[in-house]
Design a protein. Structure first.
Length: 334
């Protein structure tokens, strides 16, 4: 059994996963304290993780029906993420591993999104092209094997999730913007307004900063009254532009690699219209359930099945990972 901990942003997560990718538990504790600020406040997030991390780990073990005696290794997110938030998870995992003399695996958060589809019941194995779209990252990769991942392209500026959240804010919607924008868009016409998708720009990189600016100008030009009256159309058209921006690059990636298998991960993969658009492609498409698209610890355990445990000197300096570095001792040894 693998016990995994994920605290990269504002969800405190712990999961128990077996070596075959079976999820025994996947506990996600959303903090719900950042809505009033329109975004995650790092200091508040770190404090909330510190208050609940032990409880979430205990809940994951209880839900899985096991104790720490049944755990064979510990996995934890090493980054990228908020430094203070990451430190809580890293120190919790380190304490458990050292106290129980268990192997400890430090996992890249983005690889978690890439390999979430390998968990049961999807069990989607490489090779495949993968799209990861979240609030902080958007990129395409060719996953040749569990440990051979080649990035194909990504956003040149903002991430897709960040663009959705900012677009939602421009339309007066609450944080988090993704679910609110999708709900409003259901009553709108996605063809009502033409927003840029960069379809004529060659390559696999994409950009979302111009899309946000386009919405800003459109809202300004319509005027407050008309923009309010047509909020659903604006939301539907803006959402369609985000979806098409991603879909066009995915189609190109499939053609350029000659791979006809696609995996999708990241918080934006929970968006209904995006899931429908990608599933309509002439490829074998795997999109995990929504709980495995947003931040969770089961995806961290998914990666830990294929990564070696840290050496003792790496465990000793584990917290250095939170700042984007390898532990000093391990760096010196290499």
């Amino acid at each position: 059994m693998i016990l995994a901990i994920e605290t990269s942003c504002d969800d405190t997560c712990a999961a128990v996963v077996d070596d075959d990718g079976g999820i025994r538990s996947n506990v996600i504790s959303s903090q719900g304290i950042h809505d009033a600020y329109g975004g995650v406040v790092p200091e508040l997030a770190a404090r909330a993780h510190a208050e609940r991390c032990d409880l979430v780990v205990a809940d994951a073990l209880r839900t899985a029906g096991i104790t720490l005696d049944a755990v064979s290794r510990v996995a934890v997110t090493r980054g990228p993420g908020l430094v203070g938030a990451l430190l809580v998870g890293l120190q919790t995992a380190k304490a458990i591993a050292v106290a129980r003399d268990l192997p400890l695996v430090a996992v890249d958060h983005l690889e978690g999104h890439l390999l979430a589809c390998t968990l049961q019941p999807v069990s989607f194995e490489p090779p495949f092209v993968a799209l990861v779209a979240s609030g902080g990252h958007t990129f395409l990769s060719h996953v040749e094997d569990h440990d051979r991942i080649r990035e194909l392209g990504g956003t040149l500026d903002d991430a897709a999730g960040e663009a959705i959240d900012k677009g939602a804010r421009l339309l007066g919607l609450p944080y988090p913007g993704g679910p609110a924008l999708e709900a409003l868009a259901r009553d709108g016409d996605p063809e009502a307004f033409a927003f840029p998708t960069g379809a004529k720009v060659q390559g696999l990189d994409c950009s979302f900063s111009g899309l946000k600016t386009s919405l800003l100008y459109k809202v300004r030009d319509l005027g407050e009254a008309e923009a309010t009256a047509r909020r659903a159309d604006l939301a539907a058209s803006y959402q369609r532009a985000v979806v098409e921006t991603l879909a066009v690059r995915v189609e190109r990636a499939l053609r350029s690699t000659g791979v006809d298998r696609l995996a999708v991960g990241g918080g934006v993969a929970a968006n209904g219209p995006l899931r429908e658009r990608l599933r309509a492609m002439p490829a074998d498409v795997a999109i995990p359930e929504r709980a495995l698209c947003t931040d969770n610890a089961a995806m961290i355990a998914a990666v830990a099945r294929f990564r070696p445990a840290l050496a003792p000197d790496e465990v000793a300096g584990l917290e250095a990972y939170a700042t984007g570095q390898r532990p000093p001792a391990a760096t010196a040894a290499r």
